[in-house]
Design a protein around this ligand. Structure first.
Ligand SMILES: CC(C)(COP(=O)(O)OP(=O)(O)OC[C@H]1O[C@@H](n2cnc3c(N)ncnc32)[C@H](O)[C@@H]1OP(=O)(O)O)[C@@H](O)C(=O)NCCC(=O)NCCS
Length: 145
């Protein structure tokens, strides 16, 4: 899924599937959830919680397989997860940081209520090894749409 055209452009380690698998398995601070549509694996949603009570927030990541993109499923999955993180985990603030050039992702996150915070420069590697800027976005619980 990560290596598929339409996804790989946006996932820097897509060329190293073993590394992606290892990250998903072994990073205890990164919880990964499967997104299923009619019983089929449609994507994944990653959550990294900051548990320091003075800086509490949750950072999100999302990938949909090509056949499931462009139908509003990304925003729906994000809303579902954010609601759960508010209600069950007591979070009040969420972040997500798409590449500045990932216009579709930025539109999708804005539709959920995320607002741009600022550009983090040369913060993510493109698959070709060059650096690109990311857009840090955040959302407060009461802004969820
Ligand atoms: C980014 C992603 C999660 C968005 O989820 P989605 O369900 O496909 O999003 P939507 O169907 O709601 O589409 C998002 C918006 O972008 C628009 N859009 C689609 N393609 C676009 C493009 N090439 N440029 C700009 N906007 C685009 C859609 O029209 C929609 O806008 P609207 O709600 O105003 O109609 C999903 O496409 C995905 O996983 N893409 C590949 C991996 C990726 O980029 N992950 C994010 C890494 S941060």
């Amino acid at each position: 899924m990560v290596a598929a055209p339409g996804v790989r452009e946006w996932w820097p380690s897509a060329d190293e599937p073993e590394r992606v698998r290892e990250e998903l398995r072994s990073d205890a601070d990164y919880a990964t959830f499967a997104i299923e549509v009619d019983g089929e694996l449609a994507g994944w949603l990653g959550v990294e919680e900051e548990d320091d009570p003075y800086y509490r927030s949750a950072a999100l990541d999302i990938i949909l397989a090509p056949g499931y993109q462009g139908r509003g499923l990304g925003p729906e999955a994000l809303r579902t997860m954010i609601r759960r993180l508010i209600e069950e985990r007591g979070h009040h603030r969420f972040t997500i940081d798409p590449a500045v050039e990932n216009e579709r992702a930025i539109r999708a996150y804005e539709s959920v209520g995320f607002k741009p915070v600022g550009v983090t420069r040369r913060s993510e590697r493109r698959p070709d090894g060059t650096w690109r800027d990311s857009l840090l976005m955040d959302l407060l619980a009461e802004e969820l749409r």
